[in-house]
Ligand binder design. Sequence first.
Ligand code: ADE
Length: 221
Amino acid sequence: MKIDILTLFPDMFQGVFEESIIKRAIDLGKVEIHLINFRDYTMDPHKKVDDTPYGGGAGMVLTCQPIFDCVESIRTDDSLVILLTPDGNVYSQEVAYSLRDKKHIILICGHYEGFDERIRSICDMEISIGDYVLTGGEIPAMVLVDSITRLIPGVITEESHLNDSFHDHLLDYPTYTKPRVYKGMEVPEVLISGDHQKIDLWRREESIKKTQLRRPDLLKK
Ligand code: ADE
């Protein structure tokens, strides 16, 4: 998979893609990530990428030209263009799964007070990572890259994400490691029984119980 990230702040991404599983996925050739500063595409002699809003109001608005030209120069028939915006569809594990097979994803990070409404016309999807407003689309773009990359076949074992929270609309079951007793808290007996059928059943029941208690909205799905 190739991911192009259009941003005015490419340096924000450095550490994130140079550690852990994303780094491994890049090294394995499972994902190729390009950071593109769309300021490089502006035709403005002063390298401006924003302007005041028509009708008045506070702040500056990203202009169409640099983003349109940048997208047009990198888009192919295989590309999916996603705009990160608080008024997009709310992101979920289900959406992450639907994106893991894409050949080319272009992520557009908005910034400042907003972007010219016409930029939406070149996007295939608009995604919000939650009902709160961030200073820009960079952190949401990192969230998408991380959550999609770990689902690409061969990046982590398939078994790991079959057990993820939100798989089957259930939260993850509780897990324990050594020691067996810590500060008086014991590991449930069943996990030491060696009976894998019993363990699977216990895990499923715990998942359902936890989901009922914490996220009953998920069970309705
Ligand atoms: N840009 C600013 N806030 C955002 C959010 N919650 N999701 C996606 N993009 C954003």
